[in-house]
Design a binder for this molecule. Structure first.
Ligand SMILES: NC(=O)c1ccc[n+]([C@@H]2O[C@H](COP(=O)([O-])OP(=O)(O)OC[C@H]3O[C@@H](n4cnc5c(N)ncnc54)[C@H](OP(=O)(O)O)[C@@H]3O)[C@@H](O)[C@H]2O)c1
Length: 328
């Protein structure tokens, strides 16, 4: 096993996931488009190792991450096997399109459980720590979904279950079902949340708090927009917008009309002695409901910079007001 930084637990902050015993690092690392995608396998390994050396214990996947679908789990599975499994929280998900035919997407028991088996095989693991329903499914009843998630836990293939992209009503209904039938309760919601996408403030955060669930905020940097790299309205040659073939990457360019706003935020960050990325991360952690911020990174230096954000987590009332007025 490689030699990891012995001081890795000294500077990271670990937050309890809602009412549950398990803690997540304040910053987690996901593989969505990057690892097994537009980032080389060698750099992917450097990123995961760098993250772990900085105390990031939580790595997030889904069945369909990477290019082709599943490649993120394959590439990162090989890397994770060189790391101490008991010190890691590994999550994966099923819900979006993965294979053709009627059993390759959404949330039927058939799809969820066969997808989990396939993820474990790709990752080379006996179990994942968190298994998510990746999106709500209007056509599969709550009892089927929650029973399938419960079966994942009872079979030992997942330790906890979570919900992703669910509305406040979905979260309450699925949690209430698990409470009523004494099945595995969802411990966390994985939801999009950034300075540029605040929809969770309209109910998801409150629903999670009521249900005793944690929240992990995904795409916290709006795929890189909330950093200093697009402030000139152009895409550096090594940026996601320039190199990723995923259609979602094009959303970055579609939001270039917000560059003036981003420049103003960058100025606030500069006055705080932070980069825009750092301020965008700790701004999410100002909410007590947020357990972890789920970043992506194409190189180890970005992870270092982003984790250093935790050195200055507090905001003055004036700073918060100024940010609100810029975002308004
Ligand atoms: N549940 C869901 O439905 C769902 C959906 C999407 C994502 N997610 C999760 O969220 C994770 C994060 O998504 P994301 O990668 O879009 O998140 P993000 O943190 O918003 O964007 C990451 C990108 O921002 C840039 N970046 C990061 N730190 C930087 C820094 N300090 N300076 C300059 N650029 C920086 C890098 O782009 P460059 O590549 O341009 O360097 C990096 O790849 C995913 O991996 C996945 O685990 C979940």
């Amino acid at each position: 096993m490689p030699h990891f930084n012995e001081k890795r637990y000294e500077s990271m902050v670990y937050n309890r996931c809602g009412r549950w015993g398990v803690k997540l690092p304040a910053i987690s690392l996901g593989a969505w488009q990057t690892y097994g995608g537009y980032v080389s396998d060698e750099v992917s390994k450097k990123c995961l190792f760098q993250a772990f050396d900085l105390g990031i214990t939580h790595f997030d996947f889904a069945n369909n991450y990477g290019e082709p679908n599943g490649n993120a789990e394959l590439v990162c599975g090989r890397i994770i096997r060189e790391m101490p499994r008991d010190e890691l929280l590994i999550s994966t998900k099923a819900g979006f399109y993965m294979w053709p035919g009627p059993y390759g997407e959404w949330l039927s028991r058939k799809y969820l459980l066969s997808s989990l088996d396939a993820s474990l095989k790709r990752l080379g693991l006996d179990y994942v720590d968190i298994f998510y329903a990746h999106r709500p499914d209007p056509n599969t009843p709550t009892d089927e979904v929650m029973d399938a998630l419960d079966q994942a836990v009872r079979s030992g293939k997942a330790l906890y279950v979570g919900l992703s992209n669910h509305s406040p009503e979905d979260i309450r209904a699925k949690n209430a079902h698990a409470v009523a039938y004494h099945t595995a309760r969802p411990i966390i919601s994985q939801s999009a949340y950034s300075m540029l996408d605040r929809h969770v403030e309209d109910g998801v955060l409150q629903a999670c708090a009521e249900c005793g669930m944690g929240v992990i905020a995904f795409v916290p940097l709006a795929q890189g927009l909330l950093t200093n790299k697009y402030l000139e309205k152009s895409a550096p040659a090594d940026s996601r917008l320039a190199v990723s073939t995923d259609v979602c990457a094009k959303r970055i360019e579609a939001r270039f009309d917000r560059i003036d706003q981003l420049r103003k935020l960058n100025e606030v960050a500069r006055r705080r002695g932070q980069t825009l990325a750092q301020m965008a991360i700790v701004w999410l952690l100002r909410r007590p409901e947020v357990t972890s911020v789920l970043i992506g990174a194409s190189r180890p230096e970005q992870i270092q910079e982003n984790v250093e954000a935790l050195r200055k987590r507090s905001f003055t009332a004036e700073e918060l007001d100024e940010i609100e007025s810029i975002l308004a």
